[in-house]
Design a protein around this ligand. Structure first.
Ligand code: ARE
Ligand code: CA
Length: 665
C-alpha cells in the first residue's frame, strides 16, 4: 500500500470531537490513499475494531470508528491490511512492531485552555525588561549582608563580570505597561512573568511573601517600614529595602499596579502567566525568618529558624530537633540554604495556605491566566505525595478559574504528570528546545557540550521529537511552551557560535563573537511553525546574546535593537497568526537528509510546507506535498524565505506536478 498516504493524529480532524467528555462517543479517523487498502483496524485494549470507509476525497479515503468512552484514558494504534501485507501505524508512523509507548492517546474530559493553543508567548524577566519608574529602583547591594552598600542601580546595558543575584537594573511593571504597544505590535498573545512576589533577589525564586508583588518592581509610596526601626532590629541587613517591602501601603499599591497590568493585557486580548515557586520559599520568608527580619516585630509570629515554638515549625523538615534557636538543619533546593524546601507532608496548614495562594492570583481582582510551576517534580518528599499535591492543585486552580493554564517546569520524562488530572503541559525541553538546538547548532541546550554527531542529524532530530512528543496527548502538546532560550540557558543566538562558557571566563563580547543570525532565524522558523505555544525570551527578537545564567539575563536593548531580526519576528508571527494550520493543524514529516528537514502543517483549509536547509550551500529537493493534502496540480507560493544574508517575504511560485514540487533553496 501507499505508505506515504497513511495518516492520522489526535487533532480535530481525526478525533471528533477534539476533547471528548467522559462517557461520550468519539469518532476516530484514519487516512489512506484512495482505493488502496483492504482493511483498517483500530486496536484498543487488546481488541481489534474494523473501521468503515466513510469518505473519499481527492486522493484519499477516510476510515472511521466510533468509540464509547468511559472516564479512563484510552490508547490505541491501527492495523492496515492489503492482501497478505499488514502494517502497524502509531505515533511513529508506519512500523513493524507494536510498542504501547507510542500509542495514540485520548484522555476523556481533559481540556486545556483554548486561548493557549498555539499562542505566541513572551517571557519577561522583569528587572531586565524595562525601567518605567525610577522611584522604585533597588540600589545595588542595598539588600546585602552587612558592609557598605553600594548606592547605585546598575547601568542599563552594562554587564559586570559577576551579575550577582543582588544586582538590580530597575526594570518594573510600569516598564511593562509602557511597552504594551511594543508587545502587541510584535504579535505577542501571552506574557509569562518570571517570579514577581516579594523577594530579596533579582530572580525572585526565593519568595519572602506570596501575597504581594515586590514593591521594587511594583510601586513605592513610602520608605517607612512597618516593622521595628533599624537600631532595634536584630538582622544583618541594610534597612531601606526591608522597610520598603514590609510597608503595607507599598504592598497594596504594588498589587494594585499588577492588577492594572493584567487588566491592560486583557483589554488588548492578551493573557498573563505567573511563575509559581511552591517547592521552596525564600529564607527571608516570615515562615523561616533565617535573616531574623521579623523576629521582634509586632504582629508577627516567630519564624521556624528562630524558635522551636514557631507556628511554622512544621512548614519545614528540620533534621536536628535540638538545634534551636537558629536551626539550620533543613534542606534547601539543590543545597541552597536561601531556598528552604517546604514540608507539605508535615503541615496541612501549609498545604491550605499554598492552595489559597494558587487560587488567589487566578481570581479577581488579579485574574491571572495561569501558573508556570517551578521545579514541579521536586515538590514533596515522595513521588506519591507529589502527584497528590498536583491533583489537589489542579482542582483548586481550575475551580477558581477554569481557563487558567497549569504549565510545569520539568526536565525529563513528563508522562506521569500529563494524564489529565495534574498539569496541562510543560516547558518543552525534550520535545523542542533540545532537538532544535542540537540539529541546528550542535550545542546542547545548556551549552555544556558540542555534539558534532547530532549537528545536522535529521534522523536524531525526528527520533527525539517523536520519542518525547509521544508523552503528550493533543491538548497538552498544543499548549506546550516551546522556547529557544530562557533564563536558565544560554541564548539561542549565542549557541550558534559553538562557544561554551560564561562572559566572565571568556571575556567581554565572547557571547557575540562568531554568531550566525541565519541559523538563529532557522530556529525561529521551526519554533513559529511547530505544534505548541512558541515562547520568545525577551530580547531574543532584538538580537540579545548571552551565555548561561546569569549572562542570559541582560537588559533589553531599547533603541539598539537588531531591526532586521525584529522585523523578521514580526513577519513570521504574523504568518503564524494568519495561517490557522500553523497554529493547530496536523504536523507531518516530509523529506530529510543531512542538515535538511522538512515537514508540513495542514488541515483541510490550508497546507504549509516548511523546509530547513542548514547547509552553507543551496540544495534542490523534491517534496511530496500531496501528502499534506495539496491538490495534485496547481501552484505553491513561497511565503517566507530566509537565506544567509537576510530574508524576504515573497519568493518564487512553484508548480505542483503529480503532487510534487521541485524546490531550490
Ligand atoms: C544558582 C546559580 C546557577 C546554578 C544554580 C544551581 O546562579 O549558576 O546553576 O544556582 O545550583 C533560581 C535562580 C538561579 C539560581 C537558583 C539558585 O534563577 O539563578 O541559580 O535560583 O539560587 C536545574 C533544575 C531546574 C532549575 C535550574 C536552575 O532542574 O529546575 O536548574 N530551574 C528553576 C528556575 C530557576 C530557579 C530555580 C529553579 C530555583 O527556572 O531560574 O533558579 O527556584 C541541565 C539539567 C537541568 C538543569 C539545567 C540548568 O539542563 O538537566 O536539570 O536545571 O541544566 O542548570
Ligand atoms: Ca524601576
Amino acid at each position: 500500500f501507499n505508505r506515504r498516504a497513511l495518516f492520522t493524529d489526535t487533532s480535530a480532524e481525526y478525533v471528533i470531537p477534539e476533547e471528548p467528555a467522559c462517557f461520550s462517543e468519539v469518532t476516530i479517523r484514519f487516512r489512506t490513499a484512495r482505493n488502496n487498502v483492504d482493511r483498517v483496524f483500530l486496536v484498543c485494549g487488546g481488541q481489534k475494531h474494523l473501521m468503515v470507509r466513510v469518505e473519499s476525497k481527492n486522493d484519499f479515503d477516510y476510515y472511521a470508528y466510533v468509540m464509547r468512552l468511559d472516564d479512563q484514558k484510552v490508547s490505541y494504534y491501527f492495523e492496515v491490511q492489503t492482501g497478505r501485507i499488514t502494517g502497524i501505524f502509531d505515533m511513529r508512523g508506519l512500523v513493524q512492531e507494536v510498542n504501547e509507548y507510542y500509542d495514540f492517546i485520548i484522555i476523556p474530559g481533559f481540556h486545556t485552555p483554548d486561548w493557549a493553543k498555539g499562542a505566541v508567548m513572551y517571557q519577561i524577566y522583569t528587572d531586565r525588561f524595562c525601567n518605567g519608574d525610577s522611584s522604585n529602583d533597588v540600589l545595588t547591594n542595598e539588600y546585602c549582608y552587612i558592609g557598605e552598600p553600594v548606592h547605585r542601580v546598575e547601568d542599563w546595558g552594562r554587564y559586570p563580570a559577576q551579575m550577582d543575584v543582588r544586582e538590580f537594573y530597575g526594570g518594573d511593571l510600569q516598564g511593562v505597561l509602557d511597552k504594551m504597544d511594543y508587545l502587541q505590535d510584535l504579535g505577542v498573545e501571552v506574557i509569562y512573568f518570571n517570579p514577581l512576589f516579594v523577594s530579596p533577589s533579582n530572580h525572585k525564586y526565593d519568595i519572602q511573601d506570596y501575597d504581594y508583588i515586590d514593591p521594587h518592581i511594583g510601586k513605592i509610596v513610602s520608605d517607612e517600614g512597618d516593622l521595628l526601626p533599624d537600631g532595634q532590629r536584630e538582622n544583618r541587613f541594610a534597612s531601606r529595602y526591608i522597610d520598603r517591602v514590609t510597608n503595607k501601603a507599598n504592598l497594596e499599591a504594588s498589587n494594585e499596579l499588577f492588577a492594572q497590568v493584567v487588566a491592560e493585557a486583557h483589554r488588548r486580548g492578551m493573557r498573563v502567566i505567573l511563575d509559581g515557586v511552591f517547592n521552596h520559599c525564600g529564607s527571608f520568608n516570615k515562615w523561616m525568618d533565617r535573616e531574623r527580619i521579623y523576629e521582634n516585630a509586632e504582629g508577627y509570629d516567630r519564624g521556624a529558624y528562630v524558635s522551636a515554638d514557631s507556628p511554622y515549625r512544621n512548614y519545614f523538615d528540620f533534621h536536628n530537633q535540638a538545634a534551636w534557636p537558629y536551626n539550620n538543619s533543613y534542606d534547601g533546593w539543590w543545597g541552597h540554604d536561601t531556598l528552604p524546601k517546604l514540608n507539605y507532608e508535615g503541615s496541612q496548614e501549609l498545604m491550605d495556605c499554598v492552595l489559597h495562594v494558587a487560587k488567589k492570583w487566578v481570581s479577581p481582582p488579579y485574574n491571572v491566566d495561569g501558573w508556570r510551576l517551578d521545579v514541579a517534580a521536586d515538590l514533596g518528599h515522595s513521588q506519591e505525595f507529589n502527584h497528590h499535591f498536583w491533583q489537589e492543585f489542579r482542582k483548586a486552580v481550575k475551580e477558581a478559574n477554569p481557563e487558567a493554564i497549569i504549565l510545569a517546569e520539568h526536565y525529563g520524562n513528563t508522562r506521569d504528570w500529563l494524564q489529565g488530572n495534574e498539569w496541562d503541559t510543560v516547558m518543552n525541553y525534550d520535545a523542542f528546545m533540545e532537538p532544535v538546538t542540537w540539529f541546528l547548532t550542535g550545542m546542547e541546550k545548556h551549552s555544556d557540550d558540542y555534539r558534532e554527531d547530532l549537528l545536522g542529524n535529521s534522523e536524531s532530530f525526528w527520533g527525539a521529537m517523536r520519542h518525547h512528543t509521544s508523552s503528550f496527548s493533543m491538548p497538552s502538546w498544543q499548549v506546550a511552551m516551546n522556547e529557544l532560550s530562557n533564563h536558565d540557558h544560554s541564548r539561542f543566538l549565542t549557541r550558534t557560535n559553538h562557544k561554551v562558557g560564561r562572559t566572565n571566563t571568556l571575556g567581554p563580547q565572547a557571547a557575540e563573537q562568531g554568531i550566525n543570525k541565519a541559523v538563529f532565524r532557522e530556529g525561529v522558523v521551526i519554533q513559529m511553525t511547530w505544534t505548541g505555544a512558541p515562547t520568545i525570551y525577551y530580547g531574543d527578537e532584538a538580537g540579545v546574546c548571552g551565555f548561561t545564567d546569569p549572562d542570559n539575563r541582560r537588559t533589553y536593548p531599547w533603541g539598539h535593537e537588531d531591526q532586521v531580526l525584529l522585523a523578521f519576528h514580526k513577519d513570521i508571527i504574523r504568518l503564524r497568526r494568519e495561517n490557522e494550520e500553523l497554529r493547530i493543524g496536523s504536523l507531518k514529516m516530509l523529506e530529510n537528509d543531512y542538515n535538511f528537514i522538512s515537514y508540513g502543517r495542514f488541515n483541510r483549509k490550508g497546507q504549509c510546507a516548511i523546509l530547513i536547509n542548514n547547509n552553507y550551500h543551496p540544495i534542490t529537493k523534491e517534496i511530496h506535498v500531496w501528502e499534506i493534502g495539496t491538490p495534485k496540480t496547481g501552484k505553491m507560493k513561497v511565503i517566507l524565505q530566509s537565506r544567509d544574508d537576510g530574508y524576504c517575504m515573497e519568493g518564487a511560485e512553484y508548480e505542483i506536478r503529480a503532487g510534487k514540487v521541485l524546490i531550490e533553496m
